[in-house]
Design a protein around this ligand. Structure first.
Ligand SMILES: *Cc1c(COP(=O)(O)O)cnc(C)c1O
Length: 419
């Protein structure tokens, strides 16, 4: 006699507590689970497939557990947003007051909460603006301040940022001409001075964020370039707003502006730990010129990004901040527990995690991982949720530095299912 299928229907909370759904927004998962459980009651779905079916409804963008040990992994979407930023995105997703002053009923400056938060965080900036990404901030600066004219830049700072994209090509695409000065390893103040003239749009200083040079090298500090009578734009890339003692070699917007930069550009989804965005901070007249440039409209940030950005700056510490500061002792405890939970699989090993996302290439973060056979890499990537580690010397390393602790159980389950 067939069992009554209704008896097999799991409780909604049991479905939601399944580790495979860790990381998905719980209330949305609850709606999905209710609908899938109805299908079980109608006999259209096996009870054992409910969790998979709920996860599939989210799959347009799939939750990935980042066990690579790379904090800002560009292929995994760089910074993981804080819970506060995620909530803000949900709240802004419907109609919202992104460009409306509810007190007067009039049009207001777009995204003022985000802009106020940024201006509040960097008092050294006369004005601030937000764009689609760091590259957009550079493109707007080049177009608005140097199209048809020259950007003076050191040959040591002509950076390829990734996926074959090169900053010199990006800048040249705006119609500005690059006036390269100095050499790959050494550039002096006199090199810049000789290149300046009526054709100069601005001097650009780029932080070589994804590589570093050692040996017979020298470059000119921001303060020395600031007094040359032409605008100085500094691309700091990483997005630190203020100095971070953990990353002493990373430039930050406040310090660079205090040293005399006229404009600073950076990314929102690197060390800042927020959504993809580009930041422009600096002299009010320049920011206003760029903000009113026709191209600015094409680089505009959407309401979800603005909401997430404001919440990131106002909210508690970001997952990026926490991952950078994870304590190796604590990671060892978690990896050991993970190994036990996964049925004793693998070996607990010391590893080195990195910042990633084209930032702080010289910084090594001592970390701990579970080492497994490399053959598990693909099945774990294809699991639910996907677990992505890194393969090193024929072993798969699952580094917990960037894994939120509440996802440890999901990782253990994934390993058990693949072993
Ligand atoms: C990352 C980076 C960029 C590009 O920023 P996106 O936000 O990725 O567009 C530009 N310049 C530097 C120095 C960078 O590190």
């Amino acid at each position: 006699m067939a069992a009554d299928p209704r008896r097999a229907v799991p409780r909604t909370d049991t479905v939601l507590d399944d580790p495979r759904l860790a990381g998905y927004p719980r209330e949305r998962a609850r709606d999905f689970a209710r609908a899938e459980l109805d299908r079980v009651r109608r006999g259209e779905l096996a009870a054992g497939d409910v969790v998979e079916a709920v996860a599939r409804r989210f799959r347009l963008s799939r939750v990935v557990i980042n066990a690579t040990g790379v904090v800002l992994h560009t292929n995994l979407g760089r910074a993981a947003l804080s819970a506060a930023a995620i909530d803000a995105i949900m709240a802004a997703a419907g109609y919202t007051d992104v460009e409306l002053d509810l007190a007067t009923g009039r049009r207001a400056r777009r995204g003022r909460d985000a802009l106020d938060a940024l201006a509040g965080a960097v008092a050294e900036a006369g004005a601030v603006h937000l764009l689609n990404n760091g590259a957009a901030a550079l493109v707007l600066a080049a177009t608005g301040l140097a199209a048809g004219r020259e950007i003076v830049v050191s040959r040591g700072e002509l950076v390829e940022i990734g996926d074959g994209f090169r900053l010199p090509d990006l800048l040249a695409s705006t119609g500005a001409r690059l006036r390269e000065v100095g050499t790959t390893n050494r550039t002096a103040l006199a090199d810049y001075e000789r290149a300046l003239g009526p054709q100069t749009g601005f001097i650009l200083k780029v932080h070589p964020s994804n590589f570093y040079q050692r040996g017979f090298v020298s470059s000119v500090p921001v303060a020395a370039l600031a007094g040359l009578g032409v605008p100085l734009v500094v691309d700091i890339g990483s997005g630190l707003l203020r100095p971070d003692p953990l990353l002493p070699d990373e430039p930050d917007a406040a310090t660079v502006l205090r040293a005399g930069a006229d404009l600073v550009t950076s990314s929102g989804d690197k060390l800042l730990g927020g959504p993809q965005a580009g930041l422009l901070l600096g002299r009010a007249d320049l920011v206003e010129t760029l903000r009113r440039h026709p191209l600015a409209r094409a680089l505009r940030v959407d309401k979800l990004t603005l909401a997430a950005f404001a919440a990131t700056l106002l909210g508690p510490e970001t997952p990026t901040w926490r991952a950078l500061r994870a304590d190796p002792q604590e990671l060892r405890r978690r990896v050991t527990a993970l190994q036990r939970e996964a049925g004793g699989a693998g070996e607990v090993v010391d590893t080195v995690a990195v910042v990633g996302g084209g930032g702080a290439p010289e910084v090594e973060l001592p970390s701990v991982a579970l080492a497994l056979p490399a053959g598990l890499a693909q099945p774990l990537r294809l699991g639910e949720p996907a677990v992505v580690g890194r393969v090193e010397r024929d072993r798969l390393l699952l580094d917990l530095r960037c894994v939120p602790e509440e996802s440890d159980k999901a990782v253990a389950l994934a390993i058990r299912q693949c072993s």
